[in-house]
Design a protein around this ligand. Structure first.
Ligand SMILES: Cc1ncc(COP(=O)(O)O)c(C=O)c1O
Length: 385
């Protein structure tokens, strides 16, 4: 059997047609047609007022923090267990990332830990819908509003997930998505910023185009800013994908069901948690294994890889990786964030690409079960047949 990929897109004739049309026709007076169509369709999908196509989700977080006026001397709270892109823009603007712990079940920002991390210097919080799991947004929003802290919602991994009837990406003062090639909806590389705040949106529009006023034809720059734009070809790809969104989400939901079914009854493992009143769509089906198996995520990945199956490690706590581990905040986080440090070493993203089939899920699960048995037997000093 061919190697089983951990992530990857679904591309059909529709995507190829739209991109072909963009590269052929989206020039001259039509240069922005696909951006406008993609942004409008995305705003309608989310029920949000303003949307901005971007070259990445990282640039969206960067713009949101800049537009909120976050800078040196400020602190921004972010979950410890997430991709570095959630935190790096805090560093770009000269502020300090404060790494809060995650919730035991959702693996997303814990509202209690968020509140415990607030200081007079806190200027924003970035909850992350990890792997498509939804954070407890009511609890997070309650803390944020009591302390008047703006929310930048990192929905990079969570298109289609719902919390109490609202879609991921509709909770932040600004929210961001990633359309990286591994994501459910892809533009190759790309992202989207969404908001209902006209003033914040105007500021991000200005900052993303070298400090020019929108529509400026005189190439007249008021500030030194950034160049964060998506190409027409990417916007066309995004539009085609968005027109297929229910099909893409259904495939993700189905993939999770196959895993659930195949791993039913396996003792000592935990899959993504569906909190009450949420309808998550898991970008990555993720398994956390009991330490009794004596198998770290690195060992698990190796074992799976030897059998032609690509997995990914649960994100390492940011406070543990070289990029941040020597900071004062990382030191505090390592002492505080027991859940992140307990879960991350034993978490594995299982293949969740949009080309997964029931048969491939069966192969992955059979291999995982065998690996877990091998781990238990090795711990007991018994040979695995
Ligand atoms: C949680 C999270 N935030 C932000 C990003 C950044 O997205 P991008 O690669 O589009 O900048 C990612 C990308 O994988 C992510 O997983």
């Amino acid at each position: 059997m061919e190697r089983i990929a951990v992530a990857g897109p679904s591309i059909t004739a529709k995507e190829i047609d739209y991109v072909t049309d963009a590269v052929t026709n989206a020039w001259y007076g039509n240069a922005n047609v696909y951006h406008e169509r993609f942004e409008k369709a995305f705003a309608d999908y989310l029920g949000m007022e303003y949307t901005m196509t971007l070259p990445s989700c990282t640039s969206g977080i960067h713009l949101a923090l800049l537009a909120l006026g976050v800078g040196p001397g400020d602190e921004v709270i972010v979950p410890d267990a997430t991709w570095i892109a959630s935190a790096a823009p805090i560093t770009y603007v000269g502020a300090t990332p404060v790494f809060a712990d995650i919730d035991e079940r959702t693996w997303c920002l814990s509202a209690e830990s968020f509140e415990a991390c607030i200081t007079p210097a806190t200027k924003a919080v970035i909850p992350v819908a990890l792997y498509g799991n939804m954070p407890d947004m009511d609890a997070i929003r309650e803390v944020a509003s009591r302390h008047r802290i703006p929310i930048v919602e990192d929905a990079a991994e969570a298109i289609g997930s719902e919390y109490k009837g609202r879609r991921a990406g509709s909770f932040g003062d600004a929210s961001v998505f990633s359309f990286h090639g591994s994501k459910t909806l892809t533009t190759g590389e790309g992202g989207m910023l969404v908001t209902n705040d006209a003033k914040l949106f105007a500021r991000t529009q200005f900052l993303r185009d070298h400090g020019r006023k929108p529509g400026d034809k005189m190439f007249f720059n008021h500030e030194v800013a950034y160049k964060y734009k998506m190409s027409s070809m990417q916007a066309a790809l995004g539009l085609a994908q968005l027109e297929r969104i229910e099909e893409l989400l259904d495939h993700k939901r189905q993939t999770f069901k196959w895993y659930e079914e195949e791993l039913k009854g396996v003792d000592g493992i935990t899959l993504n948690y569906e909190a009450p009143e949420t309808k998550p769509v898991y970008w990555m089906v993720t398994v956390v294994v009991d330490p009794k198996f004596n198998l770290s995520k690195e060992r698990l990945m190796e074992e799976m890889s030897e059998r032609n199956i690509d997995c990914r490690p649960f994100f390492h706590p940011l406070s543990s990786i070289p990029a941040y581990r020597d900071t004062e905040q990382a030191l505090l986080a390592r002492a505080r964030n027991q859940v992140s440090y307990r879960i991350s070493p034993y978490g594995l993203n299982l293949p969740s690409a949009l080309n997964m089939t029931e048969e491939k899920v069966r192969v992955v699960c059979a291999t995982l079960r065998k690996t877990l048995l091998g781990g238990v037997n090795a711990a007991r000093g018994v040979d695995t047949p």
